[in-house]
Design a protein around this ligand. Structure first.
Ligand code: A3P
Length: 295
């Protein structure tokens, strides 16, 4: 099993997975018993896979492209973050989700074993979003730099790279996470999408999402959703750009940072790349997950 060399102030380990204070143990306990509804849509992602992007799209699909409402309410209030508890603002994901009207679009970064037990019993829809782990790791590094949620991280890229390889980051090992969701990908109510496919042709992917969600929308509306959810539009949109989130210092690195495929090439050294590939192949090599590292 994974050995934790250190637990920094604000970190804790729950069932062998590292978490920061905004996901305390009592919340993780409560999430397991969280009541799922048949018409819930779950957005299941490891941090930095493009969660917010998929939340905005999915919320619009499930709410008949209600752009007016989407322009009025923050995405994180329309689509609650299940295992989140902010002690400063007293914002609790479960408490937001419980009274919410259906259909709910619920975000979680948890691996399968920590998800609500009822996801295996109810026919809710689960949209898993994967992103190639090299770009994801770079994105996570910049998020650690800018967010005060992670013990005010002041380390270097090299430090973060080691932490990521060892799974010593918030929400634990990306490798374990990915394995857990890939293992249940053939269930009828689970569908995996890829960040890179969305970058390649967003309207095509939105259409696939509509099909999976049984929400057929016209070509015209799909194009409107795709336009509303382009990187530059979401970066300008105060309901999606997170400029108001007190714990993120956008001057260090904005939440909508680059939104590209292949930024890892400007961060990974040749040796880091070789080590990453080796670890990937050792753990996930036989899984044949079609990640794209460049477009
Ligand atoms: P970068 O740091 O590479 O720019 P999450 O929402 O899971 O935290 O993911 C954040 C990442 O998704 C960031 O990646 C962010 O820029 C990217 N992202 C968010 N909205 C996007 C969009 N509309 N198009 C492309 N990338 C987007």
């Amino acid at each position: 099993r994974r050995k934790f060399k250190h637990v920094l102030p604000g970190e804790h380990v729950y069932e062998d997975i590292l978490f920061f204070g905004y996901t305390p143990p009592d919340i993780l306990d409560a999430v397991k018993d969280f009541e799922i509804r048949n018409d819930d849509v779950i957005i299941a992602t490891y941090p930095k896979a493009g969660t917010t992007w998929l939340q905005e799209i999915t919320w619009l699909i499930m709410n008949d492209a209600n752009f007016e409402e989407a322009r009025q309410t923050q995405v994180y209030f329309r689509s609650p973050f299940l295992e989140f508890k902010d002690t400063v603002l007293n914002e609790v994901g479960i408490e937001l989700a419980n009274p919410m009207k259906s259909p709910r679009v619920i975000k979680s970064h948890l691996p399968v074993k920590l998800m609500p037990k009822q996801i295996h019993e109810k026919p809710c829809k689960i949209m898993v979003l994967f992103r190639n782990p090299k770009d994801l790791c770079v994105s996570y590094y910049h998020f650690y730099r800018s967010s005060s949620s992670f013990g005010k991280f002041t380390g270097t890229w090299d430090n973060f790279f080691e932490m990521f390889m060892e799974g010593q980051v918030d929400h634990g090992s990306w490798f374990d996470y990915t394995q857990s969701w890939w293992d249940i990908k053939d269930q009828d109510n689970v569908k995996i999408f890829f960040y890179e496919d969305m970058k390649e042709d967003l309207a095509r992917e939105v259409e696939k999402m509509c099909q999976f969600l049984n929400k057929p929308l016209s070509r015209e509306i799909i194009t409107k959703i795709a336009n509303h959810c382009q990187f530059e539009s979401m970066k300008k949109n105060p309901m999606t750009n997170h400029l108001d989130v007190y714990s993120i210092n956008s001057k260090v690195s904005p939440f909508l940072r680059k939104g590209t495929v292949g930024d890892w090439k400007d961060h990974f050294t040749v040796t880091q790349n070789e080590r990453f590939d080796k670890l990937y192949n050792d753990i996930l090599g036989t899984y044949l997950i079609p990640f794209k590292y460049t477009l």
